[in-house]
Design a binder for this molecule. Structure first.
Ligand code: ARG
Length: 494
């Protein structure tokens, strides 16, 4: 028999260059185990449907288990001359048990439904790993947040010192974004966890297969009904890459925050030396290379999503080989994201917050200007537009931030602009300068007041726990299906 088990129709073998060009076998290693598992489930179903005899299923499953074990132990010698992993595994079985039985393994199935089932099985695990890692990252962030509830910091907009806040508020903002990513992962997971197997090439099969059974054996939540949809749609790949891309976008901005805050110009944070590189020539330098690479590597994850969209958008209904190029994009997207989360977790675990410098920056800023303006609204019901003008003039006439903390000056501006003589309470300036009090006054929901920040930490932690429970359930469902399959395989092989 020819090595290429599919090419019976053609006389000439593929030339070497062509094989190299079209083969996905190297990328397929990513889904090799899933391919065997999918084949096992398909064949168990064929046996239950009486399409395979007891002896046939025994031979097929023994061989597949052999190949699977060798693959897991790194002993399987992959032959790169194959077009992809699917004929390679089939050929391994045929070589081991002969064509009479081995030749039945692919009955009622096509590579088109097969590859999609493999990728869905793989993505499912990757998404679970991603949620696990994100949940772990949230724990690290929550820990830091707890420790920085009273670390005062300027909150920036347009890179200008805007309002008073606390460092924990920035961290909680990161956590909220990650929580939304966990929501997205969950939604995407529910759509992905459906089986395309049994759609065959595009139009189903006359073999009496039972699609819901293979779905059940693989721990899917159901099947993709329409056989064209099952082999042709790649929206699941698009949306997974989109989720990763969005996480990357968020992570890149976090990296950017840290990069800026770690500069000598800011000195709000100190990165642990483990996460920094040095200069070959400038002996004084400590470079935040890890953060810079998070910025660029996330760019590549975003590009993976973009590349996938470009590939998918061009393709008419049906299977086309273009799809093959999606696999390495998925692999790169997940692998890179995993490594980034690991580095980020380490960075946030070891980061030092320079509260003294942050306070210094607050002292040197006009950050309390809004506090003065809102106090005038509270105390004397001055229309905000006018109190804004009063404080605006106050700032304009000052040469440094301390100058605006001047009771008489404020009173005279009130008189000039509001046209009323008002005596400010004796402790007016003192209250404004009391940072803790300022934040206490921020009664709006979600503000950085200490009580709001504490409340937020509790809510975020609850959300983390809820996502963790759902994560555990998903993993358990896969585990249950695996145990069920393994028990069947054991019984059929013995
Ligand atoms: N290597 C292919 C892929 O990754 C597998 C499916 C091949 N199907 C086909 N009709 N050529 O997409």
């Amino acid at each position: 028999m020819k090595k290429d088990i599919y090419r019976e129709r053609l006389d000439a073998p593929l030339n070497e260059n062509v094989v190299n060009f079209i083969s996905s076998i190297k990328d397929d290693l990513w889904i090799a185990e899933e391919d065997i598992i999918g084949t096992e489930a398909h064949n168990i179903m064929l046996y239950e449907q009486k399409i395979l005899t007891k002896n046939e299923i025994k031979e097929i499953l023994s061989s597949l288990e052999n190949i699977r074990k060798n693959l897991v132990n790194g002993k399987l010698k992959i032959n790169n001359d194959f077009e992809d992993i699917h004929p390679f595994i089939e050929k391994c079985v045929i070589d081991e048990i002969g064509i009479d039985i081995g030749g039945k393994l692919h009955t009622g199935r096509s590579r088109n439904d097969q590859v999609s089932v493999d990728i869905r099985l793989k993505i499912r695990n990757e998404l679970n790993e991603l949620s696990e890692k994100l949940i772990g990252f949230i724990e690290v962030l929550l820990n830091l947040s707890q420790k920085t509830i009273k670390a005062y910091v300027p909150l920036y907009t347009h890179f200008q010192r805007g309002q008073l806040g606390v460092f924990a508020h920035y961290i909680n903002n990161y956590i909220s974004q990650i929580i939304r990513s966990l929501e997205r992962i969950e939604e995407v997971y529910n759509r992905i966890n459906k089986s395309p197997l049994g759609a065959c090439a595009i139009g189903g099969t006359s073999i009496n297969i039972e699609r819901t059974r293979t779905a059940e054996l693989l721990g899917f939540d159901g099947i993709i009904e329409n056989s064209i949809d099952a082999i042709s749609s790649r929206d699941y790949i698009y949306e997974v890459l989109m989720v990763n891309s969005l996480i990357s976008l968020q992570f890149s901005r976090i990296a950017e925050d840290l990069l800026i805050w770690s500069t000598k110009e800011f000195q709000f944070i100190d990165l642990d030396e483990q996460y920094c590189s040095v200069s070959s020539v400038m002996p004084h330098k400590k470079n935040p290379d890890t953060l810079e690479l998070i910025r660029s590597k996330t760019a590549k994850i975003i590009s993976d999503h973009f590349s996938a969209s470009m590939i998918i958008k061009a393709i008419p209904s049906g299977y086309f080989k273009d799809f093959q190029e999606l696999k390495p994009l998925l692999k790169n997207s997940f692998d890179t994201l995993f490594s980034i989360i690991e580095i980020f977790s380490g960075i946030f675990k070891t980061i030092k917050i320079n509260e003294v410098n942050m306070i210094k920056t607050i002292d040197e800023s006009y950050i309390l200007a809004l506090e003065i303006a809102e106090s005038l609204v509270h105390l004397f019901n001055i229309p905000f537009r006018l109190s804004h003008k009063i404080v605006g003039n106050l700032v304009k006439e000052s040469s440094n931030p301390k100058d605006i903390m001047d009771k008489e000056k404020i009173e005279s501006l009130i008189k000039k602009i509001y046209k009323q003589k008002i005596d400010l309470p004796p402790n007016f300036i003192q209250n404004i300068q009391n940072l803790e009090k300022c934040l206490e006054n921020r009664i709006s929901q979600g503000s950085p007041s200490i009580s709001e920040v504490k409340k937020t930490i509790k809510v975020l932690d609850k959300q983390r726990e809820a996502f963790n429970n759902k994560h555990i359930k998903r993993v358990e469902k896969i585990k249950d299906a695996t145990l069920q399959r393994e028990a069947i395989i054991k019984r059929l092989i013995s």
